[in-house]
Design a protein around this ligand. Structure first.
Ligand code: DQA
Length: 145
């Protein structure tokens, strides 16, 4: 089984980017830990981070993953195209945000993804990705049986 982790724009700056909102972990630390946990569960974790919308869309088009975990970052609030890519390949997905988008500016309250996601995790920092991974693995294993 395979999970594709997708991280949108500016998440490459994690660790030094507005730590009050996004914490002190770097993206590399987060992804390394997720890859280890996935491997322990016998699941392959592929990762893409890009600041370019079309690269994220193409990674989704080309994926043969069973599940996507996605933090679309600012594209959450803007991208019909990224939403359509996920619906186009029909790979189920979990949406993650480090910060609690609902406690922030009103333009962050709307997501182009949430109504189609299996579930949405926000406000729990880097731990949110771990919870999403656990949920994704549980679902993949349940579907196998
Ligand atoms: C974010 C929240 C978005 O509103 C913001 O544009 C991001 C990160 C989060 O993880 O909290 O870049 O998705």
């Amino acid at each position: 089984p395979k999970i594709l982790l997708v991280n949108g724009p500016n998440l490459n700056l994690l660790g030094r980017r507005e730590p009050g909102h996004y914490g002190h972990h770097t993206l590399e630390q987060i992804v390394d830990e997720l890859k280890q946990n996935a491997a322990q569960a016998g699941v392959q974790l592929e990762h893409i981070q890009s600041n370019a919308e079309h690269l994220l869309i193409e990674a989704i088009h080309n994926s043969d993953a069973d599940m996507v975990i996605i933090n679309p970052a600012a594209f959450t609030h803007t991208s019909v195209a990224l939403r359509d890519a996920l619906l186009g390949v029909a790979i189920p997905f979990i949406e993650v945000h480090l910060s609690n988008v609902h406690s922030r500016e009103p333009f962050r309250h709307h997501s182009y993804f949430s109504d189609k996601a299996i579930g949405v995790i926000c406000g729990l920092g880097a731990q949110g990705y771990q919870f999403a991974l656990q949920a994704a693995i549980a679902r993949i294993n349940a579907a196998d049986k």
